[in-house]
Write a protein that binds this ligand. Sequence first.
Ligand SMILES: Cc1cc2nc3c(=O)[nH]c(=O)nc-3n(C[C@H](O)[C@H](O)[C@H](O)COP(=O)(O)OP(=O)(O)OC[C@H]3O[C@@H](n4cnc5c(N)ncnc54)[C@H](O)[C@@H]3O)c2cc1C
Length: 125
Amino acid sequence: MVLVAIPSLRVEDFPDERAASGRWMLLGDAGGLVDPLTREGIFFALRSAQLAVDALTRRHHTDPATQYHAAIAQEIYPELQMAARLKRGFFHGPFTRLLIDALERSAPVRGLMRDLVGAISRITR
Ligand SMILES: Cc1cc2nc3c(=O)[nH]c(=O)nc-3n(C[C@H](O)[C@H](O)[C@H](O)COP(=O)(O)OP(=O)(O)OC[C@H]3O[C@@H](n4cnc5c(N)ncnc54)[C@H](O)[C@@H]3O)c2cc1C
């Protein structure tokens, strides 16, 4: 069996994290733009590409790298940081056992989990 680790940023990574500088930009997985809780990265890869194109093609007050980093820091990092914080309380034995019991017994909890996993981006905006 091949195990694939999907990288993501930790809460403590965010203050020093840079998405771009000078003549480089990090997009998608390369920039750690993966939800630490759900491991979704497709939306963030596409969105970071849009933000990079915007920074490179539109006139802004700052250079493209500064503009791109500011957009990522404003729009994407807060959501990922919140998910990283939630992750700490999520993936440990007692909570997982409790969650599985609740999922087995309760349709509303199953619905909530479906919404959480499927639409966490919308919930946290
Ligand atoms: C098993 C698995 C399941 C996943 N499921 C989901 C999911 O359900 N939903 C979701 O949102 N996300 C999911 N993800 C995460 C998602 O796939 C990534 O976050 C997303 O694809 C990141 O896009 P990207 O463009 O940054 O990187 P990638 O999609 O990895 O694209 C990078 C590309 O660069 C190429 N490359 C690498 N090095 C070089 C080089 N030196 N020269 C040229 N090309 C190179 C690679 O071959 C690759 O094609 C999953 C990831 C994995 C591993």
